[in-house]
Design a protein. Structure first.
Length: 313
């Protein structure tokens, strides 16, 4: 926060986070930049919200990248995916990666949801709040401008948002980061003018990080130059996930069980087992015939129980 409480700033160094995601998905350079921007953008929209809140950002564009998705939670965790990790259109005229061409035009969907934890005393949980979904047109495909457009039109948030991912000659992530500046109600004109000047004078986020001057604290100080920085800032260490193995296996086995007993047996007879890969973390899990057939039977029994319950009504 600025010293006078007129402006809120959220800044992220996501270099390690994006490097992890790129390694998991094996993305081409342009796909790496697009995925990294989406991951950091989703974090900027989600961090420091209420406990259990999550934000899902989905770009359904016409470009070769296909659908681009990131899901972030309030505690700084984020995961993402894209349909075509090999998408890598020609460079722009200025020699930079053409993320806009990779994403294309289409619709941006932002879903905000909140998981309600069960009460510690075992009583029934309170009713959950329905997810909020906002839809806007993709205005550039460059991710940052599209998310800023969404915030302005769908959530009436007056803000500035910047995202950046730079790669080295080998295609590895050299720097990745971003910031979200939100102008709060009753911000005086003098503070707004100072903020606008600070943003205009700021080099690209990846240049700042490459020079060693792009840490969240340093970036915040530059954005709030002349306004002062209030003490007591919150901080989180962003990380890729969560795809905990136990939860991942449970979700996977439920999905495989939908194939039915006969198809499960056919796959096991042909391949010797079942392999399932998570589309977000790219981890592969192996399942034996007995484990999946037990899930098939459990699903069948649950379906029968629901039918009986409806018949009783």
């Amino acid at each position: 926060m600025s010293a006078g409480g007129e402006v809120a700033v959220l800044a992220i160094d996501g270099t390690a986070l994006v490097a992890d995601a790129v390694a998991r998905h094996g993305t081409a350079p342009t796909a790496s930049a697009a995925l990294g921007r989406a991951l950091i953008g989703a974090l900027l929209l989600s961090c420091f919200k209420g406990e259990g809140e999550a934000t899902q950002v989905t770009f359904n564009g016409t470009g070769p990248l296909g659908s681009l998705q990131a899901i972030a939670t309030a505690d700084g965790r984020v995961k993402g995916r894209c349909d075509n990790p090999a998408a890598d259109p020609p460079l722009r005229a200025d020699g930079k990666l053409d993320v806009g061409a990779a994403v294309g035009r289409g619709v941006l969907a932002v879903v905000r949801s909140r998981a309600v934890p069960p009460p510690a005393d075992g009583s029934p949980p309170p009713p959950s709040t329905p997810p909020y979904t906002g839809l806007t047109q993709i205005v550039s495909g460059e991710v940052a401008a599209d998310l800023a457009h969404y915030l302005a039109t769908s959530e009436q948030t007056n803000c500035a948002l910047a995202l950046g991912v730079s790669l080295d000659r080998a295609g590895a992530v050299a720097a990745a980061g971003g910031f979200l500046v939100q102008v709060l109600p009753f911000c005086p004109d003098a503070a707004l003018e100072a903020l606008e000047a600070n943003i205009a004078a700021l080099p690209p986020i990846t240049e700042l990080m490459a020079s060693g001057d792009g840490s969240p604290a340093a970036l915040t100080s530059r954005l709030l130059a002349g306004l002062g920085v209030a003490p007591g800032a919150f901080s989180l260490a962003p990380a890729y996930g969560p795809c905990e193995k136990a939860d991942l296996r449970a979700r996977m086995v439920r999905a495989v069980a939908l194939l039915g007993a006969d198809e499960v047996r056919d796959i096991v007879a042909t391949q010797g087992g079942l392999e399932v890969r998570c589309e977000f973390c790219r981890d592969v899990e192996l399942f034996g015939e007995e484990e999946v057939l037990a899930a098939v039977e459990a699903a069948r029994a649950a379906g029968v129980a629901r039918l009986i319950g409806k018949g009783g009504e």
